[in-house]
Design a protein around this ligand. Sequence first.
Ligand code: NAD
Length: 242
Amino acid sequence: MSAAPPPIRLAINGAAGRMGRALVEQVRGDARFVLCHVVTAASGWADAPALDVVVDFSSAAGLAAALEHCLGRDIALVSGTTGLDAALERRLAEAAQRIAILRAANFSLGVAVLTRLLRAAAAALPDWDLDIAEAHHRDKRDAPSGTALALGRAAADARGSTLEALAIHDRGGARREGGIGFAVMRGGDIVGEHSALLATTGERLELVHRATDRGIFARGALHAAAWLRGRPPGAYTLDDAM
Ligand code: NAD
C-alpha cells in the first residue's frame, strides 16, 4: 500500500476579501491541505514560507504580485481573479511556460455545464439572437463579469467567430444581426447570476445559473489546487481538472 501524499502547502492571496474568507473557512476543514500563509493587500509576500500552490482571488495588482512570487519559487498558481488587462494576460501566458497555472472566470460546476449547454445551443441555433445577462453584488468592480465574457467567448467560438467580432456592449439602436449582446445589473449582495437568452421570431430559449453561496467557488478552486499540485508547467482550465 502506498503512503498518502503529504498535505498540499497552500497560501491564499486576497484572504481578507469575500472569496478569500470563504476559502480560509473551507480549507481549514480539508485534510488535503495545510494552510501555510494568507496574503492581504497590507501584508504582501514578505516572509512567505515554502509552498506548493497559491490560490488567488484578489485584484489584478494582487494577482500580478502573486505571479511574481510563484515564478521565482516554482509554485503552482490557481486564480479566479477577473478584470485583467491585456498586459497581465500576456504575462500569465508567458509564465505558464515556467509554472503550472490554472485559471477560471467561474469555479462553479453549474457554470461549467452552462458553458457547455450554451456552446451546443449557439451552434444548433446559429441564426438566433443571443444576449447574455449577469447580476452581481454592488461592490463588484469589473463589468460585464469575467463569466459573462467567457460565456460569450464560448458561444462566439461555437459559431465560428470571436467575441471581439460579435460583442455588443453599447445597446443603442436596432439589434445588430449575429451580435452577442451583454446586459449588466449590480446591487445588494447578489453572489452571481448569469443567463443566456437565445431568441427568434415566435420562440426563445433561456439558460440560467444562480449562485447563492460563495462556498461553491471556493470548493471548485480547492479541487483545482489539489489537481494542479505537481503538474508540469502549462496554462490549465477547470475543464482540464474535471
Ligand atoms: P473582494 O473585493 O471582496 O476581495 C478582494 C480582496 O483582495 C480584498 O480584500 C483586497 O484588499 C485584496 N487585495 C487587493 N489587492 C491585493 C494585493 N495586492 N495583494 C493581496 N490582496 C489584495 O472581491 P471578491 O468578491 O473576493 O473577488 C475577488 C476576485 O475574484 C474578483 O476579481 C472577482 O471577480 C473574482 N471572483 C471570481 C470567482 C470565480 O469563480 N472565478 C468567484 C467570485 C469572485
